[in-house]
Design a protein around this ligand. Structure first.
Ligand SMILES: [Zn+2]
Length: 359
């Protein structure tokens, strides 16, 4: 059965943070804002004013930086006592995951206001839950997709360049992973068959990224709003998100997810890990040299890592890579969404081959 899912609404525009209250008016009357102290110091007052001007109330729920069960349950208690009827996540990935987590426990609708374009996660119906020691715990599924996403491109433009480049890394892999799922018959993140609509969205995502990413990165470097920047935000947030939820993921994200268990790679962002994971997937797919050269030129040109060393991993971490490969190659892992044979030996070889090519 084909299943397709998306948020009710996606808003993207310059200086639209001030319209948050008006946009979210149909969603509730009293909103529980989940974010960290730093993001509240930047945008908290503007958001409170935006809700007040629309005749709505807002309550702040400051989170401690980790989207763990303990933190989600603590915030849920505050949410319950506050009498709020909807959750709003504001900030980077973990703040948004925590807001999604609170909405799952509270069975309340959630809206997300990303302050970076670092990944395609906001559009998705899943939340990453971490353990208290910051290692990955599990993927939590929401009943539905988020109610609303509000991307203020003036806010995104001011975010650190590295977050924007990471978002491009995450989005660059989307088409290739969805294509692998189509070829293998793997299910998407709604546990359905990927529709052709997903394939079209993933192809468009890659077309925009390939054509405009370099110019968009320059825009962010110079702090200048351009059409290329605007289009790449749409590709890395909306198209990539719809693409992976509905098209599925494969080796690119299996490897990036696996690398989070390698201590040396702890400082790399999700999109940086995906950039390398994509290379590993393309090696597994036995892509021709000319194709690899083109992809490597693209990733390097944008400023994404293409080697293990750039992720912080050296020869001293060889055992950790072997452990990671064995961890990936367990039943139900995304790596088995690949349409080719996967064994620990094949995967480990592909990782080092990608590293060699990426130098
Ligand atoms: Zn991703």
């Amino acid at each position: 059965m084909i299943i397709f899912g998306a948020p009710f609404r996606y808003y993207q525009g310059r200086d639209i943070l001030k319209d948050t209250g008006t946009i979210l008016q149909p969603m509730g009357k009293k909103f529980f804002l989940v974010s960290d102290a730093f993001v509240f110091s930047l945008y908290g007052d503007a958001l409170d004013a935006a809700f007040a001007s629309a005749g709505l109330a807002s309550v702040r729920g400051e989170f401690d930086g980790e989207s763990s069960d303990a933190e989600i349950n603590r915030l849920h208690q505050i949410y319950k006592a506050s009498g709020c009827d909807a959750v709003v996540g504001v900030g980077g990935g973990k703040a948004l995951d925590t807001a999604k987590g609170v909405s799952i426990v509270a069975d309340a609708p959630v809206a997300l206001v990303p302050t970076t374009a670092a990944s395609d996660a906001p559009v998705s119906n899943i939340a990453m839950i971490y353990k208290a020691d910051h290692s990955k715990d599990r993927v939590a599924y929401m009943r539905y997709s988020p109610w609303c996403i509000i991307m203020d491109t003036e806010v995104i433009l001011k975010a650190p360049l590295r977050t924007f480049i990471s978002g491009i890394g995450d989005a660059a892999a989307t088409k290739f992973e969805a294509d692998a799922c189509l070829a293998s018959g793997a299910a998407n993140f709604l546990k359905g068959r990927p529709p052709r609509t997903a394939k079209a969205l993933c192809d468009l995502c890659w077309d925009i990224i390939r054509e405009h990413a370099m110019e968009a990165v320059e825009s962010v470097k110079n702090g200048v709003f351009t059409n290329a920047f605007d289009e790449v935000v749409e590709a890395s947030a909306l198209l990539s998100g719809l693409g992976f939820v509905n098209g599925g993921l494969a080796a690119g994200h299996a490897v990036s997810s696996g690398l989070t268990s390698v201590p040396a790679a702890l400082k790399a962002t999700h999109g940086e890990l995906v950039s390398f994971g994509l290379l590993v997937q393309l090696v597994l797919e036995k892509r021709p040299q000319a194709f690899m050269d083109e992809m490597l030129a693209f990733l390097k040109g944008v400023g994404l890592p293409t080697t293990l060393a750039q992720l912080g991993v050296t020869g001293a971490d060889k055992d950790d890579i072997t452990k990671m490969v064995n961890k990936i190659c367990t039943p139900q892992n995304l790596v088995y969404n690949m349409p080719c044979e996967i064994t620990p030996a094949i995967l480990e070889k592909a990782i080092y081959e990608a590293d060699r090519l990426g130098r």
